[in-house]
Ligand binder design. Structure first.
Ligand SMILES: [Zn+2]
Length: 134
């Protein structure tokens, strides 16, 4: 990832990916360069690292909830979640650009956190510009 034929710097490792994979990500990087720079991502290698970290973070969040909560269904602005601890169904809806749990009547409960960790939901929310309240 440091250019073909270049030895990695001390403290770095290089990996080999196919031209197809490289080109695909490089193209995305080029397209989003300005936005990424605002997040402190200033190189292609930095972009790959940033993406891997994001994916790992999502996986970690997902693992935290996994056996306790289950996704039942997703439609455009509603996610149905089965709570295996309370043995209840939680309905998480998008209200005024925020996720809201109908079961807890809360915006930042366990179910909302879970919904944010679902990769397919995350994409929908991202497209709508909704971010997880921290
Ligand atoms: Zn809830």
């Amino acid at each position: 990832m440091y250019g073909k034929g270049t030895m990695p710097k001390e403290g770095f490792k290089s990996i080999t990916v196919s031209d197809t994979v490289y080109d695909r990500y490089y193209e995305i990087y080029q397209k989003n360069k300005q936005e990424l720079a605002m997040k402190g991502v200033n190189s292609f290698a930095g972009y790959i690292t940033y993406m891997l970290e994001q994916t790992m973070q999502k996986d970690k969040t997902f693992a935290k909830y996994a056996p306790k909560l289950e996704k039942v269904s997703i439609d455009d602005d509603r996610v149905i979640v089965k709570d295996n601890i309370k043995n209840r169904i939680a309905e998480v809806t998008i209200q005024r650009g925020e996720l809201y749990c109908q079961l807890c009547e809360e915006k930042n409960c366990f179910h909302v956190g879970f919904v944010f960790s679902l990769p397919d939901v995350y994409e929908i929310l991202n497209a709508k510009g909704i971010r997880h309240p921290k």
